[in-house]
Design a protein. Sequence first.
Length: 380
Amino acid sequence: MTSIAKYLILSLPQSTNAQGWLQNELNGGKTNLYKLNLQDFQSGTLDSLVQESEELSKIDTQLSSSVSKVIDILNNVTDSNQSKTRIINNQSIYDYIERFNWNSSKYRLDKPISQLVSIISNEAVAFDNDVRAAYQTYQTAKSNFLAADRKKNGDLSIKSLHEIVKPEQFVLNSEHLITILIAVPKNLVDDWNSHYETLTEFVIPRSSELIASDSEYSLFSVTLFKKYQNDFINASRERKWHPRNDFQYNEEILNNLRKEFDLTKQTEFKLKNDLIRLSKTAYSDIFQAWLHIKIIRVYVESVLRYGLPPQFNYYLIKFDQANLKNLSKSRKELIDKFGYLGGSGSDDKKSSTATNSLQEYASLVDTEYEPFVLYEIDIV
């Protein structure tokens, strides 16, 4: 799935005084930089943060996948231009990210990190499950509608014949005779006319009647003794004619078929609209949950990198379509500039020993370890 924008969330110790360099030097001063003002969390113990780091990594990946899945569903069921609209909490996704405020009414900061993570992730997973279930229900309804549509609008070898045939074209209520229908390819009509009477025994002479034609087939009726019906059908297939032995003239069945198309169309239309509304709501809520999880992850990793007390600055760097190509270059510039940190944001030798020990934890729990905290948000 193609990215339409990417953001880097960067956390650096306050002692780096990094904002001026990020604003004026990174990517030649052409970077869209935003300052994130975040509150502190209930940190807990170092061991608990290590455990949370492992869990946050998994949830981050899971919710990223959920966001992409919802986008895939919207792309499948809406106009492509419509599906590119990204609305989060009644605002554009860019405004939501760049003006991010922690939702303290839903996720109270007096709760331990472990509780916040559980509340946020469970809510997002519930939405994800709802969308997947609704999509499966819609897919079933769509399949039913397509099958009904083929019956209504397909060629004469497969379409429903309830709007085509008339009762007077059939021998009805006979003990011995039956009228069957054969769809004959246009290039085999002469073959039909020459051979249908002798295809089996006891075919009623001159009983063939042309019922309808389309661009590929001509539909004929023929009357014969019921005893030889299966023989006639098998012999027809051998001559590459298409018996419509799925069709029997029955008023009740025909009435049900007339209703089937309209019912499946209405059901598909309703479930599609329900799915679109649910998916848009779920996208907004799952993305909000994902960003909150990402923020917690940045905080936890900052503590593991830089130590306590939490004295970090958080930055948001935007790469839109115009400068996505500069993302890798900018990451390298960040490493060149701040690689010296190595996990210690202080010049104090005493704190250096403590934070270096934190680095051992951090390098264990973060497989993409860098000397500072840096995560991507991929907008697809």
